[in-house]
Design a protein around this ligand. Structure first.
Ligand SMILES: [Fe+2]
Length: 450
């Protein structure tokens, strides 16, 4: 967030559930404070005696329309950014030279508001990767079940679980925690992203049945059980690998901190392209590139180096016996390989989840490592997997890992590689949110050496 000051938003919507879902998104994701009302008259009252920075209104209330509210505000010279949720998202003509900033179709209420607010507030997710999202409990009463555990934060800063995945939140729960003056709770970032996606999917159903329950599926993170790991996941190799990693991690961190010149380092690095050396070569390259990019971005703490080195080592752990799968970077490359069996395809598509599950059991894993790895095949344009996140949801450290893997793979696949050719080939695939800044940092490292 660019500022810690909360944005005051008025949401005018005739349906309570939809209104609560909009408030849930805006308050949790965009540092805002939302007041809501269900009618035109109530909106006029609130607008006359409360300060708002922005209005989000449905086009149709029982006593009038969103356009009428906008026009009355213009007549009263109360000019605020105004977003209209319209049945069809039709184009609205300006009124007395004032325009509604966006008219969004009601079926896309959640996804479009998310996109508009991300752009409008220039949300910079590259400043700090968040593991937790602060939420209110009340909107969750409309949901069939929690997708994952919910926590409160103790005075010590430690998080304590108070509800678990599958629980249903009731109005009594909300009252109970309100009496204890617990207003804010915490959901893991990945679970929050999953929940928003589920709410977005549920919008057509909410519109059909405005007072109904929103059906929420368990997040895939908890849906994948250990006994569902593919049989050829080579667990003993993973354990040995993790042991070695922890034994030598300090040594690797020291080496990476010492290596200040990535260009020189890559030139002198003896790339072993033999099939049996694939993982070692790629891990070494990913470590070098990710740590150099991190330094260029100004992320130079030991904790950050440790995190990047750890995820460089483990991100494809369950593919260790299948290097042909580890070379694939996206679902399109997967579908271009018709010879792959169904098991191989599943192993590839599930590996970010499977490895994240292994990491959660590693008590020495750096903070956020599981989430970074879970997101390492998510793409800025939302075409990645397993959660189809867009650039606003992908952690910056995961973007660093992903770009580093891409360059490392390029170096291994192209013996005559050059950075110019790489930048030309990689094109615009890493653009949006933290990806833009990280790609530019990589280009800067190379350009400064020419
Ligand atoms: Fe991977």
């Amino acid at each position: 967030m660019p500022s810690s000051k909360k944005i005051n938003i008025l949401v005018i919507h005739p349906h309570c559930v939809m209104s609560d879902m909009i408030s849930f998104l805006l308050e949790s994701e965009f540092n805002s404070q939302v007041m809501s009302c269900q009618s035109k008259d109530n909106a006029y009252q609130l607008l006359s005696n409360t300060h708002f920075d922005l209005v989000v209104s449905s086009s149709q209330m029982s006593d009038g329309t969103g356009e009428e509210i906008f026009q009355t505000m213009v007549d009263c010279e109360k000019i605020l950014p105004f977003i209209l949720i319209d049945k069809n998202g039709r184009k609205i003509s300006p009124y007395k030279n004032n325009s509604i900033i966006a008219a969004i179709p009601e079926e896309k209420t959640i996804s479009d508001l998310n996109t508009i607010f991300s752009k409008m507030l220039s949300v910079d997710t590259s400043s700090k990767p968040d593991e937790w999202t602060e939420i209110s409990l009340a909107p969750l009463v409309h949901m069939s079940a929690l997708p994952e555990d919910i926590f409160i934060q103790l005075v010590s800063g430690r998080k304590l679980k108070i509800f678990q995945a599958g629980d249903t939140i009731t109005t009594d729960d909300v009252k109970r925690y309100s009496r204890k003056q617990v207003e804010k709770l915490f959901l893991k970032r990945s679970a929050f992203c999953w929940l928003i996606k589920q709410i977005d999917n549920a919008v057509p159903e909410i519109l059909k049945n405005p007072e109904g329950v929103i059906y929420i599926e368990s997040s895939p993170q908890i849906a994948v059980k250990e006994d569902e790991l593919p049989s050829f996941a080579a667990i003993p190799i993973q354990e040995e690998f993790m042991k070695q990693l922890h034994e030598k991690s300090k040594e690797v961190i020291a080496q990476m901190k010492k290596n200040k010149d990535l260009v020189k380092l890559l030139k002198s690095f003896n790339v072993n392209r033999a099939q049996n050396a694939f993982f070692k070569s790629r891990i070494d390259l990913v470590c070098m590139i990710s740590c150099a990019v991190s330094r260029e971005l100004g992320w130079m703490s030991d904790a950050m180096y440790e995190k990047l080195i750890y995820v460089s080592y483990v991100h494809d752990l369950t593919l260790i016996e299948n290097p042909h799968l580890a070379k694939l970077q996206n679902a399109a490359q997967l579908s271009s390989q018709p010879s792959l069996t169904k098991d191989e395809q599943n192993l590839f598509l599930q590996h970010p989840i499977l490895v994240a599950n292994i990491i959660t059991k590693d008590t020495r894993a750096p903070a956020e490592a599981a989430l970074i790895v879970r997101q390492h095949h998510e793409k800025p344009n939302g075409q990645g997997f397993p959660d189809k996140l867009t650039h606003t949801r992908i952690m910056p450290t995961s973007a660093v890992l992903q770009i580093s893997i891409d360059l490392a793979q390029y170096i291994l696949s192209n013996p005559g590689w050059t950075m110019e050719a790489y930048f030309a080939d990689s094109g615009q695939q890493f653009r949006g949110g933290p990806f833009t800044k990280i790609s530019r940092s990589l280009e800067k490292i190379f350009k400064s050496k020419h």
